[in-house]
Design a protein around this ligand. Sequence first.
Ligand code: SF4
Length: 163
Amino acid sequence: MRIWWTLSADPSIDEALRTLHEHAATVVELHRPVCLASGRCCQFKNHDHLLAVTGLEAAWTWRNAKRDISTAAVATAEQGGVCVYLDGKLCSIHAERPTGCRTYFCDRGEGGWQATLSESLHRTITRLHDEHNVPYLCAEWNWLVKSLSSAHERGVFSKASLP
Ligand code: SF4
């Protein structure tokens, strides 16, 4: 957990993730899937959706999000089967949301482009781990956020102590 936290502040990793997010936006713009901002992709239980994120990207998102999240808040979200960052029907961390949120739409479109984009970005993130010798783990999103929040609450790291 600590290694993800520390390396999520590494400028080259920060730049790589932001570049990936920009690339995702470019591809999405080309295909223009319909998004009604229904919040369906963030209501995991109701829509049988699993959002998997790597520990490194989860740490990057948690660090860059404008607000801290408590373990109690994550537990409540888990009970409701929704993302802890869902606020009504909107994402409260839209600019920092993980890659998986940028490549998944209810409107699946044609040609399987979402799966292709998602796999391609995930391969790049995996390579990023290799290049920086970062331990790799891909896990359920709320669980990762809860683990990060727990570490934060136990004083393992804090936003104030960032390099
Ligand atoms: S991070 Fe935002 S976009 Fe992603 S599942 Fe959560 S609320 Fe939805």
